[in-house]
Design a protein around this ligand. Sequence first.
Ligand code: YSA
Length: 245
Amino acid sequence: MNKGKIDVTAPGKKVEQGHLHPLTLVQRKIIDIFSSMGFEIAEGPEVETEYYNFDALNIPKNHPSRDLWDTFWLKDGRLLRTHTSPVQIRYMEANQPPFRIIAPGRVFRYEATDATHEAQFYQLEGLMVGKNITLANLKAVMEVFFQKFFREKDIKVRLRPSFFPFVEPGVEVDIWFKGKWMEIAGAGMVHPKVLENLKIDPRPPAGGWQGFAFGMGIDRLMMIKYKIDDVRLSYGSDLRFIKQF
Ligand code: YSA
């Protein structure tokens, strides 16, 4: 080789490339799909007040339904949000209906960890309010979302009765995926009390605002999509895990 010239065919040192975390990949995909359906992205703080995390969601103090969410309390009386549902309240407080939003974000629960439970994890909140929005719209939105997310056409969605204080009726959303039913989200029609507290009139003919909300675990979606059997792997620092994606 001539002196001073670089031999571009000589084997060089391989440059290590970074990898996006699977949770980031999943979150980006979710945002793409919902944006294509006209949903905006909303955000809220991770350190919340009791009002937004509980009271405004029709979860009164000393009511047993609070036990659904084990809470990390701060010394000043605030808390680490236990779900993304307070973002619904903050958004409805600051905007006029109709609404069509999703709010992905980190949440915290004071609970023991195992293969499917972490003390911090990610949730996806959804909210759609308009004049004629019903559970049929929820089912349709869920069907489109899961078909696109899992890139599979024959995903079916079913709704089963359930309870959350901030919806009436409340439902669990199950999907038919790879030959079995899987529980995937909590949802329901936004409770009229929640709307009234925010000065949004649910009564026709003057108001008539109504709609659905849902909340699902982003970590669970990641586990299904990438066949990860322990959620704790995703919060460790083992590079062998992250390099697979
Ligand atoms: C329900 C109705 C609505 O109108 C809107 C939202 C909701 C969901 C409600 N805010 C909620 O938090 N329900 S939940 O306690 O059942 O959690 C929702 C999802 O978060 C679960 O289905 C699960 O996928 C995930 N999750 C819960 N605890 C978890 C967890 N993921 C990882 N680790 C944990 N410890």
